[in-house]
Every structure is written in structure tokens, then in C-alpha cells.
Ligand binder design. Structure first.
Ligand code: GDP
Ligand code: ZN
Length: 315
């Protein structure tokens, strides 16, 4: 029996990379199930598996290691079944631009909430800093200060002027990462500059053309020259935006999660309750006003339905 990593899947065949770098085409033996949900694909890109090599040099996947996380999407056609897009993701990079094009803060916070729900750490990459004027640079500093304080790693980059690209590489090294962000922010250019041998076409998450179309596409893992992997999700809009129950949204705002035990009521959702530690922190500028507003937007469901992907959080 050998251990390996699933780097590609076509539905019935899986490419498994062994520790010695050899890639073995594999099939599945037996049934694998996730607790609580039915899935259309038992094994996904990112899975660590045990395989038995057969006489014909092909492999049989006989076991899957417990996944540390996974991203899934509901299947439209087969009700209740879910498609696991990828697993064991160490890091998500959200590429944003203060301007050219403007990335809305609501969009950033929705993404971060989703990543929190999936237990995927996120690094914010603020790209195109070469284009920013004085006012925009001030906004950039404010955002970096705000998000760093919450605990998110922030990198300001210019792909055009090759600024801080090494820092992005340093974070990627040895890890499995995914890249997301609106169209036009520079994802493809950035990935190309990081490793020009990958030939990855990134997909945009704000683009709502493919809503509900659900063509069968599979994620693929690419090895980075300098160590680590990047997961490409063609036809799937990054890690997407998920439906989260109203009462637990605040768990996915780390700065609220840290303070919520100080609220008077232990079921406080920080909206209308008295003696709320979160509202106090907002008043005292400890929690950024815009983050709280984005929390309220999510809480009240006042949102752009075009943003919704049919994804949901694993329990
Ligand atoms: P994607 O849609 O996120 O993959 O974005 P692209 O990589 O296609 O980039 C969109 C446009 O922005 C292209 O014309 C890039 O050359 C340009 N671009 C990317 N990064 C930068 C940057 O840091 N500065 C400037 N000035 N332009 C950039
Ligand atoms: Zn509260």
C-alpha cells in the first residue's frame, strides 16, 4: 500500500501523485462517504489517499485520510447531493483592488465569512498599487490596518511593477492554495508572474453568467516550481459565497467572535440587544464600522442575489 495525493480527477479516473513524485492513474474501490451529506464524487482533488498498485501499474484507491477542510457545492440536478470541489486547502488568496476596478468591501467581507466557515485561512492581496492616487493610497492603508488587526495577512502588490511578489510566493511555499477575486484585478497576471509554467486560467467569482449552469468541471492541482501547490477550479467561481444560518454569521467575523462572550446575553446577535459588547466596540472604533455594516447586511440578507453560489458550509 502506498500513500499519495489526488491532483486531478475526471469523475472515474484519478491522478494520484506518490511521495516519490510518480503519478499513478487510479480508480476507486468500495464506497466512501462524508458524514451527513451525499456526494456525487467520493474522492476529490486534494485528498490524501492510500492506494494499492495493481499488476497493470494502475492504482486502486482504498482509503482516504480525514479531510482538514473541503469546499463543496450543491448539485442542481441531483437533489440533496453535493459535489466536493477540492479538499485540504491551506490558504486562500483573495486578490482585490482599491480601484481599477473597485472591489467592494461587502464583497471582501462575504468572501472572508465564507472562508471562515470553510476553515480556510485567507491572505488579502491588494494589487495594482502602482495605479493608486493619494486618496486611494490612504484607503489602502486604512484597509490594511483594519484587516491586519483582525488577523488577516495583507500584502500590497503591483504585478506591473513587480512589487512584493516575493512575499506572495513566500506565503505559498509548501502550501496548497487557491486564488479568488473579481474579474480584472490581476489574478492571471499575478499567477503567471509567480510561476509562468502553470498555464492556469483563473475563474472569476463575481461573474454571475454561469449561475445554475453547473457544467461538470473538476478542479486540478498544479505543482509550483518553488514548492507547494495551487488548485485551479475552472468553471467554478473560486470558493464562492455560501448560505450561512443567520444566528451563526457572527462566528465568522473573528473580531466579533473574540468579543461575543462579553455581551450581556449569551445568545446576543449584536443587533438590537442591550449591553452588547460588539456594538460598544463599534462605537469605540475597536471594530470597524464598515465591517459591522457588512455583518448587518449579511444578517438581514440585504444582498445582491447575483452573488449567491449554491454552496453551503460544511457542518
Ligand atoms: P484577472 O481577470 O483577475 O485574471 O486579471 P488579469 O490578470 O487579466 O488583469 C487584468 C488587467 O490588469 C490586465 O490588463 C493586466 O495587465 C492588468 N494588471 C494586472 N496587475 C496589474 C498591476 O499591478 N498594475 C497595473 N497597472 N495593471 C495590472
Ligand atoms: Zn452582542
Amino acid at each position: 500500500m502506498e500513500k499519495g495525493l489526488v491532483i486531478k480527477s475526471t469523475g472515474s479516473w484519478y491522478s494520484v501523485k506518490l511521495n516519490n513524485g510518480k503519478i499513478v492513474p487510479c480508480r476507486i474501490k468500495g464506497k466512501f462517504r462524508l458524514k451527513g451529506i451525499e456526494t456525487t464524487n467520493p474522492v476529490t482533488v486534494g485528498d490524501f489517499v492510500s492506494i494499492e498498485i495493481q499488476e497493470d501499474k494502475q492504482g486502486m484507491i482504498v482509503d482516504i485520510d480525514t479531510r482538514k477542510n473541503y469546499i463543496i457545492r450543491k448539485s442542481v440536478n441531483l437533489s440533496k447531493k453535493a459535489h466536493i470541489i477540492a479538499s485540504n486547502i491551506d490558504l486562500a488568496f483573495l486578490v482585490v483592488t482599491v480601484n481599477y476596478p473597485k472591489t467592494y468591501l461587502n464583497f471582501i467581507d462575504r468572501f472572508l465569512v465564507t472562508a471562515e466557515a470553510y476553515h480556510i485561512p485567507t491572505t488579502l492581496v491588494f494589487n495594482k498599487i502602482d495605479l493608486l492616487k493619494e486618496k486611494e493610497l490612504e484607503e489602502l492603508d486604512f484597509l490594511i490596518e483594519t484587516y491586519s488587526k483582525i488577523g488577516y495577512s495583507c500584502i500590497k502588490t503591483s504585478v506591473e511593477k513587480n512589487i512584493n511578489i516575493e512575499e506572495v510566493k513566500r506565503e505559498m511555499k509548501g502550501k496548497t492554495s487557491v486564488f479568488s477575486g473579481n474579474s480584472g484585478v490581476g489574478k492571471s497576471s499575478l499567477i503567471n508572474l509567480i510561476d509562468n509554467s502553470l498555464g492556469i486560467k483563473t475563474s472569476d467569482i463575481s461573474d454571475s453568467h454561469n449561475q445554475g449552469k453547473h457544467t461538470t468541471t473538476f478542479a486540478e492541482m498544479h505543482e509550483l516550481k518553488f514548492g507547494g501547490h495551487i488548485i485551479d477550479t475552472p468553471g467554478i467561481k473560486g470558493i464562492g459565497i455560501i448560505d450561512i444560518e443567520q444566528e451563526v454569521i457572527h462566528h465568522y467575523f473573528p473580531e466579533m467572535r473574540n468579543l461575543m462572550n462579553d455581551c450581556k446575553f449569551n445568545n446576543c446577535v449584536h443587533v438590537k440587544e442591550p449591553k452588547c459588547a460588539i456594538k460598544k466596540a463599534v462605537e469605540e472604533d475597536e471594530i470597524a464600522e464598515f465591517r459591522y455594516q457588512n455583518y448587518l447586511n449579511l444578517y438581514y440578507g440585504d444582498e445582491n442575489p447575483g452573488f449567491r453560489e449554491s454552496l453551503y458550509a460544511p457542518k
